[in-house]
Design a protein around this ligand. Sequence first.
Ligand code: NAG
Ligand code: NAG
Ligand code: NAG
Length: 402
Amino acid sequence: MYSLYFTAALAILPTIILAAPHNISCPATPSPLPKEASFDVVSTLPDPFLYLDGKTRVKTKEEWFACRQPEIMHFLEEYQYGYYPDHSLETVTATRSGKTVNVVVAVGSTKATIAATVNLPTGASASSPVPVVISIGGMDNAAYLAKGIAVVTFDYSAVASDSNSKTGSFWTVYKGRDVGTLLAWAWGFHRVLDGLIIAAPEIDSKRVGVTGCSRLGKAALAAGLFDQRITVTMPMSSGVQGLGPYRYHALSGQDETLENSKSGAPWWSDSTLGTFVNNSERLPYDAHTIAAAIAPRALIIDQGRSDPYTNSKGTAIVVYPAVKLVYDFVGLNGTTLGAGQPKSQIGMALRDGGHCDNSGYSNVLPFVQEVFFGTATTRNYDDLTPWTAMTTAYPWSTSIPS
Ligand SMILES: *[C@@H]1O[C@H](CO)[C@@H](O)[C@H](O)[C@H]1NC(C)=O
Ligand SMILES: *[C@@H]1O[C@H](CO)[C@@H](O)[C@H](O)[C@H]1NC(C)=O
Ligand SMILES: *[C@@H]1O[C@H](CO)[C@@H](O)[C@H](O)[C@H]1NC(C)=O
């Protein structure tokens, strides 16, 4: 009897128009989500305002937040990252010993630990807490500490190995899930933040940055995407599955593509992304859609102009200006960040040099200071020199909802 009841309930689900806050009714997202073959080939960046039903377009920013942003999150889990674990089923505890915070995540009777190292700037205290950047894979700690920003690191490979072996804390509690390593690392950032809130009162958990470079930049992007507590997302030299476009992949550099990223490190994403191999132009999104789902929270994008490994030009002239249109459309959504507001919540930080140069961290620092402290900077994070925006890549720019 129960199973009959259940089947009937499931059968009517796809026709329900979901009620959303402020009585905005969202177009029904197809359920189950469409497979790769049912999407049209779209050679330019897909319209971020067009729902997955292929016919309805976002009309207001309220609707963006109530309907479209959740729809993007849902299909990104399906098509790329894998489904984020249900945090309400996790119990997180943490203890502190000197610079080390040991985070314990329990799911049922299974427990996993993550050790984080806390580097505090001079003057940080429980009565005067400081903002933090959580970093994996190493960064220019000294530059941030000198500006009053804590740097917290953890060993990403202990959270999830960068391989198909499915070892590490994430897999200890979520064995067998169809989840990519980028999401597992993102989950690591979030559980470290949970641990800091419990055991590091010198840190202000309302001002939090996340960063990493290359594959770890892809992970930092995922960390910013899947947790609204992240104030500023700082993906460095991130490439495909980060802020390198799937389309327009051949503009500069080594031409990292969906195909070569899936064959080189298939474990970064879930298995569904693999169904788009050789058909990336059927993806109903691109890197700009991933970034747009972070708006209005701050996003600063690092790329080296001479990076031989990622498509810096594609990120700068295709992805960034397309995302900025969405950021400009949604505005600040009532958000106030830290002590002040940056001029824009999104910036493109181009610099000389190549892949994962440490100089990238000092290049984005003024933007991060603006977000955390409201410290004005004269650095122009909307400068694409020596390139210019490729407007033909986002033809929908002429019909932004108003
Ligand atoms: C929202 O819709 C419900 C049901 O149609 C209605 O009773 C209510 O007054 C509406 N609220 C607003 C704020 O329009
Ligand atoms: C993609 O195309 C390449 C080159 O034509 C081919 O070798 C490969 O098998 C294809 N992969 C899939 C999954 O279709
Ligand atoms: C935007 O603002 C609305 C209304 O205050 C809120 O419900 C929603 O969560 C906000 N969205 C984001 C992404 O901040």
